[in-house]
Design a protein around this ligand. Structure first.
Ligand SMILES: Nc1ncnc2c1ncn2[C@@H]1O[C@H](COP(=O)(O)OP(=O)(O)OP(=O)(O)O)[C@@H](O)[C@H]1O
Ligand SMILES: [Mg+2]
Length: 379
């Protein structure tokens, strides 16, 4: 590519949310020109780059948008893959490749891919509809997942027993064996066109002891060295098997007997890599740009232990967002607040995140709890 992106080269991002926003933020340092497509005229990217308002799943909209770019990437999987194939055929670089986005859009195909490529994953069966699930009493307890368009836990539900069966999704999906995991971890891995691969150290989701919600994310994951190395190797195996160009987030379970199972993958920067902006030598956003632009991967090491707290819209509040507790939180050393610029809040909407860095793990935990309790998005 002869580094032509230093001149008039334009990277189009399909999707203009917070991931796009942080990608642009990192791209400024590499002098990259962006343009963005998103259906929301107020999307987090709308003032950061030339902005086109349009539907991501509409063939003609994505095609028109991409024709004006030199390289097209995504920050969300739910996009018109047909348009991306067309752009690829027309000679545009499209990373991640459309065939991989298409595979990952469907959890059924994704799981089959894991199976076909010796990627360890929970056992599963495919189900076409609710009637199908009702036949599978002996497979319970299981996790029922929609094949398509589930995200942030929507489209995933636990079926423990006979009574739960009535909740089953009435659409093509899968039933996965319930995994009694000890930890849920994630590894972000990148690959460029030359096949150079680099994995970040695993991070760990810390769950609230009572409510089954992710409390905060912790980096690096507290794991035996052998397990964290294995997690990296599995992530590298997944991205190599896919042949993906860009970053890939690999979500995994560590079982109580020390086995790693891949839950699912996302072909883009991910919520579990936000902390890399402040706490790793290279951020996942810069790493994605390096990968898609044919540059060498950056050093993925952690520079400090860190925690990341998602800032979600407070329950019971909808409307123009107001931030409570900012001053208190910003008074602490090692606190980095990221607000995504979303005007409207609603319960559980991702409005921002906070990264905390501290070399002392206990103090890091305390800070994470303080931020969770203090910083609120209300209306
Ligand atoms: N087989 C399983 N056994 C136990 N728990 C599971 C299983 N599959 C999923 N889960 C739990 O449900 C959560 C959501 O599942 P999954 O990641 O597949 O859905 P998602 O809608 O894509 O979520 P997100 O967008 O938050 O990543 C997982 O993070 C995990 O905590
Ligand atoms: Mg997930």
């Amino acid at each position: 590519m002869a580094q032509s992106f230093y001149q008039n080269f334009k990277v189009g991002i399909v999707g203009g949310g917070q991931l796009g926003r942080m990608l642009i933020q990192s791209g400024i340092d590499l002098n990259i020109n962006f343009s963005v497509l998103d259906p929301d005229p107020q999307a987090p990217c709308h003032q950061l780059a030339p902005f086109t308002c349009g539907k991501l799943t509409d063939y003609q909209t994505v095609l028109n948008f991409g024709q004006d770019c030199d390289l097209i990437t995504i920050e969300i999987e739910n996009v018109s893959v047909q348009a991306l194939y067309e752009l690829e055929k027309a000679g545009k670089k499209v990373f991640p490749q459309p065939s991989i986005i298409e595979l990952i859009q469907d959890k059924r195909k994704q799981k089959q891919f894991f199976k076909d490529n010796d990627i360890p994953t929970a056992d599963f069966i495919l189900v076409e509809n609710k009637a199908d699930v009702l036949q599978q009493l002996s497979y319970l307890p299981a996790v029922n997942k929609l094949g398509r368009e589930g995200y942030d836990g929507r489209g995933v539900q636990l079926l423990r027993n006979n009574e739960d069966l009535s909740k089953a999704f009435d659409a093509p999906g899968l039933l996965e064996k319930l995994i009694d995991f000890e930890k849920e971890i994630s590894v972000i891995v990148s690959r460029n066109e030359a096949g150079e691969i680099a994995a970040f150290p695993a991070v760990e989701m810390v769950f609230h002891p009572e409510a089954n919600l992710v409390e905060y994310l912790f980096s690096p994951a507290q794991l035996h060295e052998a397990i964290s190395n294995q997690a990296k190797q599995i992530a590298e195996h997944v991205i190599r098997s896919l042949g993906l160009v860009g970053v890939l987030a690999v979500e995994m379970f560590v079982t109580r007997d020390g086995k790693i199972l891949v839950n699912e993958v996302a072909p883009r920067p991910h919520n579990s890599g936000h902390q890399s902006i402040e706490a790793n030598v290279t951020s996942q956003y810069e790493q994605h740009l390096r990968a898609i632009l044919g540059l060498p991967p950056g050093d993925t090491s952690c520079t400090t232990p860190s925690a990341m707290v998602n800032l979600l819209g407070e329950e019971g509040y909808s409307g123009l967002a107001k931030y409570e507790g900012l001053n208190e939180v910003l008074s602490i050393s090692g606190v980095h607040v990221h607000l995504y610029g979303k005007k409207q809040t609603k319960p559980f909407r991702k409005m921002g995140h906070v990264t905390l860095v501290d070399s002392d793990l206990e103090s890091l935990k305390k800070k994470a709890y303080f931020v969770k309790q203090t910083l609120k998005v209300k209306a």
